[in-house]
Design a protein around this ligand. Structure first.
Ligand code: GDP
Length: 400
């Protein structure tokens, strides 16, 4: 009997031990082996926009996406590091009156042309040689051969009608002629208005080095200064520095930047995502920077055309601005021709007019493309971009 009781007690004990072990085996999570990485689940990508990220949101998403199967280790009590100070958001000045503020930069580089022309036109005798000299001065000022000839013909006729020529008359004559050649009644306004509930879209194109990315940043400031909200699209995906540069410009005025998370991503999908996000956020204007590798003309043609087509699936493109370095003169005109073949340019931005550039390029490039110069860059400062105004420009040239 005793033996039977002992057997029963042992059996109960054995069953209890086995059950407990099994339970432990079933419920205890597998311990992560030393060196084994945590499981990382990528956040789902938005449909049709692989590899895109916008600053800020990504950090939060990836923080959520890291799932560690073990309980978090106990962290010794310590003060959380202070979050990095948010960059101070600047309030740039409005665009009105900027060219007047910056006209001294222009006159410094252009005034010699103005004073030489005024000197020649004021001579007592205007013979053929003098007119040839005037034409030469205009050509060397990058006006272009055909417009220079036309200007000389116009001036000759007007001088005959005028008769006596005092300094003021000559100045007025030249002023009127230059303003006429530049074109006073071209529409130079930027079409950045929202349209049917969608943001205005500006596509910035041009060869690398012309100041394209800088101009996108400066234009964002112009628009913010004029009271608009702006989002930037870094579709120059071939140069990581370009996206960083753009993001820095944007942060200064509180504008969000949509960019790819790797070099060489599809520029069209970045541009599309920027416009989509701009529309979702209800911003006024989306500015899209693009790559400008002119050496592969066919690739460029495909790429820019595609960027524009893809954007237009979401919102109409109000402006395609071609950025040209005014210093490159006739070379710049060749670039302009190539871009005009691949995409419909609606306006020109002439940068670096504060340097050694010749002002005549304004006349030449407008004539070449049949579209107006809308903005001019007059320095490397953040607010050195101004809406172009022919009368102020000509007055600066003749200011000496
Ligand atoms: P991108 O390659 O066309 O995007 O050219 P960036 O925007 O990087 O500009 C190239 C250089 O041109 C930079 O050093 C700019 O500061 C400079 N730059 C741009 N616009 C102007 C301007 O209006 N005047 C002057 N002096 N420099 C400019």
């Amino acid at each position: 009997m005793k033996t039977l009781i002992l057997i029963i007690v042992l059996a109960v004990f054995f069953v209890a031990v086995v059950t407990e072990m099994g339970w432990l085996l079933l419920v205890r999570p597998r311990r992560r082996r030393r060196g084994e990485p945590p499981v990382v689940v990528s956040p789902p990508e938005a449909p049709g926009q692989p590899g895109l990220r916008t600053p800020g949101r990504d950090a939060a998403e990836s923080a959520q996406a890291v799932i560690t199967p073990t309980a978090p280790p106990r962290v010794p009590e310590q003060r959380a590091p202070a979050p990095p100070a948010a960059p101070e958001i600047e309030k740039p000045p409005p665009s009105a009156g900027r060219l007047i503020r910056l006209r001294e930069r222009l006159s410094r580089s252009q005034s010699s042309v103005g004073s030489v022309l005024l000197g020649l036109l004021s001579r007592d005798r205007l013979d053929d040689d003098t007119w040839d000299e005037i034409e030469e001065v205009l050509i060397t000022a990058d006006v272009g051969v055909v417009p220079a000839r036309q200007m000389v013909d116009d001036l000759r006729t007007k001088v005959k009608v005028l008769g006596a020529r005092g300094v003021d008359e000559v100045r007025a004559l030249l002023r009127t002629e230059l303003i006429t050649q530049i074109g006073e009644d071209m529409d130079r306004s930027l079409h950045t208005e929202r349209h049917e509930g969608l943001p205005g879209v500006v596509l910035m194109v041009g060869v690398n080095g012309t100041g394209k990315t800088t101009t996108v940043g400066k234009l964002a400031r112009v628009l913010v200064g004029d009271g608009k909200t702006v989002l930037l699209g870094a579709a120059d995906t071939f140069r990581a520095a370009a996206a960083d540069q753009l993001q820095t410009w944007g942060e200064r005025v509180g504008a969000r930047t949509v960019r790819a998370d790797r070099d060489g991503a599809d520029p069209a999908s970045v541009a599309f995502e920027a416009v989509r996000e701009g529309a979702d956020l209800g911003v006024d204007v989306v500015l899209v920077d693009t790559a400008g590798r002119l050496h592969t003309k066919t690739g460029l043609m495909d790429e820019l055309g595609k960027v524009k087509r893809v954007i237009e699936k979401r919102a109409p493109v109000g402006e395609v601005l071609l950025v040209l370095d005014a210093i490159t003169g006739q070379n710049g005109l060749r670039q302009a021709r190539v871009f005009a073949e691949v995409v419909d340019i609606t306006g020109i931005v002439l940068t670096k007019l504060d340097g050694t550039a010749k002002g005549g390029i304004v006349i030449a490039v407008q004539r070449e493309l049949g579209v107006p110069v809308k903005l001019v860059g007059l320095g490397e400062g953040p607010d050195d971009l101004a809406p172009f105004d022919p009368a102020t420009f000509v007055d600066a040239i003749l200011a000496a």
